[in-house]
Ligand binder design. Sequence first.
Ligand code: BES
Ligand code: MN
Ligand code: ZN
Length: 501
Amino acid sequence: MQFSIRALAPESARTGCLVLGAYKARGTAAPVLTRAAQAADRAARGRLRDVLARGDLSAKAGSTLLLHKVAGLAAERVLLVGLGEQKEFGETAFRDAVRGAASALKSLGARDAVMYFLDFKVGRRPAPWNLRQAVQGMRESFYRFDQLKTQKKAAPPALGAVTLAVHGGPVTLQAQAALREATATADGVDLARTLGNLPPNICTPAYLADEARKLARQYKLGLEVLERRDMERLGMGALLAVTRGSHQPPKLIVLRYAGGVKKAKPMVLVGKGITFDTGGISLKPAGDMDEMKYDMSGAGSVLGALRALAGMKAPVNVIGLIAACENMPGGAASRPGDVVKTLSGQTVEILNTDAEGRLVLCDALAYAARFQPDAVVDIATLTGACVIALGHVATGLFSNDEKLAEQLCAAGDDAWDRVWRMPLWEDYQEQLQSNFADMANIGGRPAGSVTAACFLSRYARKLRWAHLDIAGTAWKSGREKGSTGRPVPLLVRFVLGRAGR
Ligand code: BES
Ligand code: MN
Ligand code: ZN
């Protein structure tokens, strides 16, 4: 799907489908057309207002109504999109409108569309915000994962070209930059989603390393993959303890994108890459265990973010560091009670083999220090407790640096891929006390996502560090079951923002 921006009068848009918005009126009055829709309505001698007055467009944001061959307009079809009440119109309604338009366009034969999404004012958001959300929302809606189905559903006629039209104003350089950012971000989201959706017999640690190799070749990135013997030599006893039960060789993937000035310290993004989490000897229950293939979503988001940043040639230095392995039971697997020595030198009593994410991450965080990073952000489907705390809306944010935390919050709000700060107070640390090692790998039931973060913080003392728990946001269960590609939009915005873009 190709996107472009053009200054264009709606009545003269020669297109398969002209997409216009209308707010619901208060009470019984007729709906309120957006400015572009008003212009089209004038050219069509009031036809749009006339149709809307009949009440066929529901009041819900994202509802749609299709008209054919409207006299006075050059377009073949007009798709009217409901925006809900004007005074309640906000980010969520905007996203619903984009999604509604996308699903209507999907079922049409139109090969191209002209959309007037840029003059729907969303609070104090500037126009480039609409633009990014429109592009990413469209790409999200048109995403399909059917590579493993032999009977493909009849492919919908391709919507090849989408014009984001500007009504009554020039196309700014800012808008062009926002378009490049949005399409590259959507490419990154696609990659993260597909990796999360791929089954665990395909998406293994070696597969993730191959994916990194593909990116390295395509975008000329630096790549290094550490193997089991390298981890042994270094002393990554925690990561090695997790991989013991598996027949899949572990990989520690280092992918470098150097788009910034040479002396600028790199941002290091650390991804949890458990390609399947059975729980190990502390085995998980069978129900929904299949979903634990998405336990590599942190890793997927790191690859996605790097793809996006390299794809838009962002002027930043970023290193992706991925700890990839599988958590399986078996004769060689780690046991509850095992004590291991981590790369940092600290020892850990493994009381639950299902708390494996923090074990692979603690060695990756210790390894990250060697890049002399500007800051380190780890991304992990770390705890079920985070899903209980924040649901599927906000990613959990933990940080030992106020400014870093603020920047991540701001980036999440801007990308509409939001995070919520959680405490990392000293008071929680005592839950990790162990009688047999420096610490235990679990802290009991209370505040499970906090004690997991507290564990990680012990390996990040010398770093400006933040941890994103994406257990609730990287995946959707139920009818729409599948990977979301979050938090790629957040990471991209954050890295760009930190570089002053
Ligand atoms: N990968 C899971 C966390 C998870 C749970 C992600 C549900 C997504 C959905 C993690 O490795 C895990 O098993 N965590 C345990 C920790 C516990 C043993 C302290 C959990 O959350 O139950
Ligand atoms: Mn686990
Ligand atoms: Zn896990």
